[in-house]
Ligand binder design. Structure first.
Ligand code: M6R
Length: 587
């Protein structure tokens, strides 16, 4: 949520920031801006719209130091004025997070002063300038403790030949180059630029110059932060001939399953240590991560017979969770930075529960908080809609459930690899075009299923509404007749997932009920009897059988492809849906 990049000691710094900001647009894309520093002079440009709208301004941004921002609006509408950087006197600031007490600070320090923007960020630039006495560290000591909320701040000051970075809750990393230094909100922005990075800890500030990086802790005392390898690969950021990241990332589903399975086998022993003695499990996450938790619950309860609750992280935190030392909380997050999930994990850990992170981001805040992390090896996911990370999460949860049940994970990993092969074939050969056309023309799409198929239905619905903006809901097939059936008419499409032979007939009843109300129905199924019974009545998308527990990985890919094709037919940008951002680092 909001992408940040900064470079110092680099010729043509604003050009480098511009290029790297484009890679971060998935974090927000409603406005963008860059500030540069040249011999003590700050220049900036900022606009509503995408990063490319800044291209013409680069010629005016000179110097070896520059900072940039791509925004997902929280306070203040997307506009030129509200775009970052925000500049006051000698300071220019870009920010990710929320300054919750900005109105109170404005009233206290700048009563009657007209601000340029409606943002919560401008107060930071104003305060820095207000307290500035020629000593930047001193100025930070006076300013930062006043700020409530969360921030990753990247700042330039006309008197300092470098960049100042500060962190409170929101992630920010710094990177080491030869006679130069970098900073960014995400590792991917630095892929190919630097091989070594450090992650700022909560309360840290850092001073970046071409000579190196100095760190200060939350007490503003000099400290060291360890150097780590930057795992982000620039090759992962290429589209490789694919028209969109979403399609590229769906095609990477099989490899994400295989890599996640291999990684699990390597970390299994550490994870097992924290699972031993668990008598209750709570799974938490948001959006797609929550949906994968619904499937994780079924895996754990079926294999290990341990009770599992699944809670959306934003709700869970405020429910006064009851946990004991034998409660294991599994926090699922692709980014590892989603504020609701991170705060939920922090809370239950402080209450004594063990926390296992299931995440695609090994250096994230969630990984740092957790007792152990189950790696999802999906690689960089750029499309806002989660695809390969979802199937990676399902793979990790499947193996984790086997560990809890004392079953053979190696066999499980082999089964996942077989499923990955089937998925690779399916992606190549499935034609979803007719159904996508029907969805694009419809007034609403209902995804239904029972048990595991219902869990995939919720994800199918999220995916479709997120990138095509077609209204959609996911329902348990049996619930339809208790209300939702009233919505069915000739303009609606229902997508019924039937991949569990034992429940097939029950779900078919729901299909018949929809057909009787003149609704169009498509059935995604691996059950031959269902195909025979419904042929001619509903559109059938027949898929291979991956077995009851792994079929969600395959049916998920079908609904992902359906959402993608529908979005294209409606001329939507599937990679950057309106109003959304990839990592939601604010509450
Ligand atoms: O990074 P996270 O997995 O914590 O993100 C959680 C949700 O914001 C995310 O899954 C969101 O729902 C996706 N855009 C769905 O495709």
């Amino acid at each position: 949520m909001c992408g940040i990049v900064g470079v110092t000691g680099v010729k043509g710094a604003s050009g480098v920031v511009y290029k790297r900001l484009s890679l971060l647009e998935y974090r927000g894309y409603d406005s963008a801006g860059i500030a540069s520093l040249d011999n003590g002079k700050i220049s900036f440009c900022k606009r509503r719209g995408r990063v490319f709208s800044l291209a013409g301004d680069l010629k005016n941004l000179h110097g070896d130091t520059a900072i940039g921002h791509t925004r997902w609006a929280t306070h203040g509408k997307p506009s030129d004025e509200n775009a970052h950087p925000h500049t006051a006197g000698k300071f220019s600031v870009v920010h990710n997070g929320i300054i919750e007490n900005y109105s109170a600070l404005k009233e206290k320090f700048f009563s009657g002063v007209k601000f340029f923007s409606e943002t919560d960020t401008e107060i930071v630039a104003r305060l820095l300038n207000y307290f500035y006495d020629g000593d930047i560290l001193n100025t930070l000591k006076k300013t930062l403790p006043l700020l409530q909320g969360s921030y990753a701040l990247v700042v330039i000051c006309a008197d300092f030949d470098g960049i100042i970075v500060a962190r409170h809750k929101n992630p920010v990393i710094v990177g080491y180059g030869k006679n130069c230094a970098y900073t960014a909100s995400d590792l991917s922005a630095l892929a190919g630029l630097c091989t070594e990075i450090s992650v700022l800890e909560d309360g840290d500030t850092a001073f970046l110059t071409k000579h190196g990086i100095e760190f200060y802790n939350s007490e503003f005392e000099r400290t060291e932060r360890s150097k780590r390898e930057n795992p982000a690969q620039s090759a992962e950021l290429e589209l490789n001939g694919c028209p969109h990241y979403m399609l590229k990332e769906i095609r990477e589903v099989p490899s994400s399953i295989i890599k996640t399975a291999d990684a699990y086998i390597c970390t299994r022993d550490k994870i097992k240590r924290y699972l031993t003695g668990a008598d209750r499990i709570i799974i938490t996450g948001c959006g797609t991560a929550y949906n994968s938790g619904l499937i994780g619950k079924r895996y754990i309860e079926s294999f290990a017979r341990i009770p599992v609750e699944v809670e959306t992280a934003g709700e869970f935190r405020y429910k006064q969770p009851i946990v004991t030392k034998n409660t294991v909380v599994i926090a699922i997050s692709q980014s590892g930075e989603t504020a609701d999930t991170v705060e939920a994990a922090r809370l239950v850990k402080s209450l004594g529960a063990k926390v296992i992170a299931v995440t695609n981001s090994p250096y994230s805040e969630l990984t740092r908080i957790a007792d152990a992390a189950v790696p999802v090896e999906a690689g960089q996911e750029i499309c806002v809609a989660a695809t390969k990370s979802y199937t990676g999460q399902l793979s990790a949860l499947y193996l984790l459930a086997l560990t809890l049940a004392d079953k053979d994970e190696k066999e499980g990993a082999e089964a996942l690899k077989v499923a990955a092969d089937i998925i690779a074939r399916t992606i190549e050969h499935t034609d979803i075009g007719t159904l996508a056309e029907a969805c694009a023309r419809s007034s609403g799409v209902y995804f239904i299923g029972r048990d595991l198929d219902f869990a995939v239905a919720t994800e199918g619905s999220l995916k479709l509404k997120e990138i095509s903006y077609v209204p959609s809901e996911g329902y348990p097939a049996g619930e339809l007749k208790h209300g939702t059936l009233a919505l069915i008419d000739i303009k609606t499409v229902s997508v019924c997932i039937i991949c569990d032979g034992e429940l097939a007939k029950k779900s078919e009843n729901a299909v018949e009920q929809i057909i009787s109300r003149k609704g169009k129905v498509a059935v995604i199924t691996n059950v031959p009897e269902t195909v025979n019974r419904l042929k001619g009545k509903a559109e059938i998308i027949e898929i291979e059988d991956c077995g009851k527990f792994l079929s969600p990985l395959l049916s998920a890919v079908i609904v992902q492809l359906l959402a993608y094709k529908t979005a294209l037919l409606l001329d939507r940008d599937p990679d950057k849906p309106r109003n959304l951002a990839k990592s939601v680092t604010v509450e």
